[in-house]
Write a protein that binds this ligand. Sequence first.
Ligand SMILES: Cc1ncc(COP(=O)(O)O)c(C=O)c1O
Length: 402
Amino acid sequence: MTTAYDTLKAREQAAICQSYGRYPLAVARARGSRLYDPDGREYVDLLAGIAVTSLGHSNPELLAVITEEAGRLIHVSNLFTQEPQIRLAEALLATFGPGRAFFCNSGAEANEAAFKLARKAQRSVFGREAYTILTLEGSFHGRTLATVAATGQHKFKEGFEPMPAGFASVPAGDVKALERAMDQSTAAVMVEIVQGEGGVKPLPGEYLSAVEKLCRENGVLFMVDEVQTGLCRTGRFWAHQRYGLSPDVMTTAKALANGLPMGAMLAKENVAAAFTPGTHASTFGGGGLVSAVAAKVVEIMRRDRLDERAERLGQWAKGLFRDIGARLPGSIEEVRGFGLMLGIVLTNPGKEVWQALFDRGFICNLTQDRVLRLLPALTIDEADLSAFAAALEDILRRKAKG
Ligand SMILES: Cc1ncc(COP(=O)(O)O)c(C=O)c1O
């Protein structure tokens, strides 16, 4: 029998570039932490669009802003001053510190802005002919050519060479390796606080502090990619705040407008000064509608202390998963991450476990072959996380019995 999904899949294969490895599910609608397929089957969403819909799907407060703003002003271009863009910048800077914001439409674009700003600031503000951006092995910074060049994983570059010049990666966690790689040409170092795509790998706080110190000593800009970790995801408003770091430049995107395309780069005042009129731009970046929605997202996150909720729920969920590992030795190697950015590292390749969870109606992500990555809405109910843990334990127990 041909299902609604089969029909859609055939049309998709005939019409869409096949660059995505998709899950075997078409989503017709979504609400809170639930997804529904075209036949009305319900799934518990523990992925939230890969850390995007942090306030849940179809959030009523955001729907109200979308409706109101769409009727007022959707787009006029950055040739004009727009109040919602200013309001959003002020709200973000209140969480980051004094500086300036640049708005764009995605994480990759936010990182592109950061790379361009780093080169420009080194030349025009600090008088250094420095252009190389150093990143860490295992990192992920996006899919444009420059961000692929910056990404410290070979698989994303394959087939797309030659890479743009001026990017290099060093082993994560090795201060000496970074020290050796830094030279007169180094403009900036960019790090993730928790490597998301790389397998939910938190970097040690002492290491990150040492990276920042090394940057300061060498006139190199310290930049943090908070595209995935930012906006309360890891139990702090920004993940770098866990370690008291003070990045010169920070990028964010994903959850910023809860699913509308939106990215931002924040930079300290002296660095941001390098972006003079005409040096960088985006047609859609910071448009009235998305900015108003993003400003509301930031307001709700601060009002409802979603950083604290993520921290509390994350600690509790980590305990649940670690208990499973203790009851079923040999099944779970490690549970890692912060807040509601969690990785359950299975002992063996996880495809079958992922599939069994999917068959039971739980959506999570499998990354780096063995890591079940959970990035649920920050508003998710405890009951959903408990139900996921019970399903996972049952699946692992059955698997152990063979
Ligand atoms: C840390 C990090 N940086 C950059 C990106 C790229 O963001 P986008 O897909 O919005 O371009 C991602 C996306 O997963 C990410 O996790």
